[in-house]
Design a binder for this molecule. Structure first.
Ligand code: FES
Ligand code: FES
Length: 159
């Protein structure tokens, strides 16, 4: 039996029809709502490339059944930007050369956004810990660390 799902996605009420009970939130976002930013790399909760906010908490969208998102608030990587303007976290991932194949980038951007919301001046160990669930096969992580440091600088409130 299929169902209709209604969620708030990036501030807009969105509906998806004919959703199967086994479908993931990731599938619904990508295939039914036209939001391909969240990536489907492992679909087993291992890589973090599908990281989104669900009611303000980071989750792997591949592990969330679509039905669990009913009536809840979802923010995807697309929701970080303001219109055409990228969020500083996104800009700094690019500026630091931390985007190579780009598959990990959307999940990293969301996880780094969450880190900086809670800890505007994170130490390197804090950054590593916060991003430990986001695997990158390309960059060796140093450029990702650099990107988060840069974003912290850019977002710092002038004293
Ligand atoms: S695709 Fe969800 S954690 Fe890898
Ligand atoms: S840039 Fe390729 S997996 Fe991270």
């Amino acid at each position: 039996m299929t169902m209709r799902i209604t969620t708030i996605v990036n501030g807009e009420t969105r509906q998806a029809d004919n959703v199967w009970p086994g479908e993931s939130l990731l599938y619904v976002l990508r295939e039914r709502m036209g939001l391909p930013g969240s990536k489907n790399a492992c679909e087993q909760g291992e890589c973090g490339s599908c990281t989104v906010y669900l009611d303000g908490v980071l989750v792997c969208a591949c592990l969330v059944a679509a039905g669990q998102a009913e009536g809840r608030d979802v923010v995807t990587v697309e929701g970080l930007a303001s219109g055409e303007a990228l969020h500083p976290v996104q800009e700094c991932l690019i500026a630091a050369g931390a985007v190579q194949c780009g598959f990990c980038t959307p999940g990293l951007a969301v996880a780094a956004h969450d880190l900086l919301a809670h800890s505007p001046r994170p130490s390197d160990p804090e950054i590593r810990e916060a991003l430990a669930g986001n695997l990158c096969r390309c960059t060796g992580y140093e450029k990702i660390l650099e990107a988060v440091r840069l974003a912290a600088d850019r977002m710092a409130v002038p004293q």
